[in-house]
Design a protein around this ligand. Structure first.
Ligand SMILES: [Zn+2]
Ligand SMILES: [Zn+2]
Length: 142
């Protein structure tokens, strides 16, 4: 009985971590996920969050957006889409990806004889978000 209880708890922890990542468009880091869940799951450790995120990545349920301001950020939306990263505050915004199919078609032909296979591609745009831009502009003027 004890074992069943522990097993259930283990998987519910895993589910909670995945749900938190999938329920936000903020592209959180492990620390954010940890802080978000800690009040509900008092025995949660940051290591558990990291381990589960690695597992989700292996299973293709979560993708890494890359390291922003020293922290790796994750996305529960795994369909390929470009990102905008604010180089000031580290905010990550999803961008629509029109013409993705056209690009794939265009790439397919010259790639046919290439000695490699492409698993995915990442498109990241860097700039300043709407909140940071006025602040940075103001600072530059001073
Ligand atoms: Zn910003
Ligand atoms: Zn995204």
């Amino acid at each position: 009985m004890m074992g069943t209880e522990m097993g259930r708890k283990h998987s519910s922890k895993r589910d909670a971590i995945l749900r938190v990542i999938q329920s936000t468009v903020s592209h959180p880091g492990a620390q954010w996920v940890y802080e978000r869940l800690k009040p509900q799951i008092p025995d949660l450790s940051l290591g558990t969050v990291y381990r589960n995120i690695n597992l989700f990545q292996e299973k293709g349920q979560v993708i890494s957006v890359g390291v922003v301001n020293g922290e790796e950020r994750f996305d529960g939306q795994v369909a390929p889409h470009p990102h905008f990263v604010c180089s000031c505050c580290g905010k990550i915004i999803d961008l629509p990806s029109p013409g993705d199919e056209t690009l794939k078609e265009r790439m397919a032909e010259p790639m046919e004889n290439a000695d490699f296979t492409i698993d995915y591609r990442k498109t990241v745009f860097y700039g300043l978000c709407g909140e940071c831009e006025p602040k940075v502009r103001f600072r530059l003027k001073e």
